[in-house]
Write a protein that binds this ligand. Structure first.
Ligand SMILES: [Zn+2]
Length: 227
């Protein structure tokens, strides 16, 4: 780390987003202790992990996985909240890199492309970025797998899903995704769908169905957090 970044940190200290301690130059978002104590799932690429199982009997996804478990009110969850609602892209890239390191130990690393779950155009304009795309960029930095954003699009600008039940959420999202206009040919490819959180799996199921309708491809799923 250069003397300049050390000096900048001295003048403008950056704090760990979980415990609030001052960070050293080699850590940008979390301190070493908090990174170590993250409630990681350890799912790796096991076939019967809870994220993979979410899709059983619904859509033929090869494998699913997540970096850490959703714990309500947890400071780790705040990282995702900061990314989604407060424009903290640094947190998104950081989480993406952590997910990337995790995936690079598994068969996920053989995927051909990373596809972030798209945001609707209006929401994208309002927010200025797609949090899943930022996470994907972090994953890509570590794994070298390219990010593809011109494959899927989100067509309906539905209400926020957080207050809906499972069935309503499914109805809400099932028609929301389409192939983008002039999508790249992904026939025979291994596609890794990336999202920030998976809860019911309805969003990722809908994206997978759109892909399977057009292409013979394999779909993998990875998210930062899982409920
Ligand atoms: Zn900390």
């Amino acid at each position: 780390m250069s003397w300049l970044s050390e000096l900048l940190l001295f003048i403008f200290p950056v704090n760990c987003m979980v415990c609030g301690k001052n960070l050293t130059a080699s850590h940008e978002v979390l301190c070493l202790v908090c990174e170590h104590e993250m409630p990681r799932t350890g799912y790796g690429d096991s076939h019967d992990n809870p994220v993979s199982k979410l899709f059983w009997g619904r859509v033929p996804v090869e494998l699913g996985t997540s970096l850490f478990r959703f714990e309500k009110g947890s400071a780790y969850q705040a990282l995702l909240h900061d990314l989604k609602y407060r424009g903290n892209r640094k947190a998104g890239l950081y989480l993406g890199r952590l997910l990337g390191y995790e995936l690079s130990q598994t068969c996920f690393v053989r995927c051909d492309l990373l596809v972030p779950v798209p945001l609707h155009r209006q929401r994208l304009r309002k927010r200025g970025y797609n949090q899943s795309e930022i996470i994907s960029r972090g994953v890509s930095e570590v794994t070298g797998i390219p990010v593809v954003t011109n494959l899927l699009k989100r067509s309906v600008h539905g209400p926020s899903q957080t207050s809906m039940g499972r069935y309503k959420r499914f109805l809400n999202v099932s028609d929301n995704f389409q192939l983008a206009r002039n999508p790249p040919d992904v026939e025979g490819k291994r596609i890794l769908l990336i999202d920030d959180v998976v809860t019911t799996g309805a969003t990722l199921e809908a994206c997978s169905e759109v892909l399977f309708r057009r292409f013979r491809c394999q779909v993998y799923i990875a998210t930062v957090s899982c409920a």
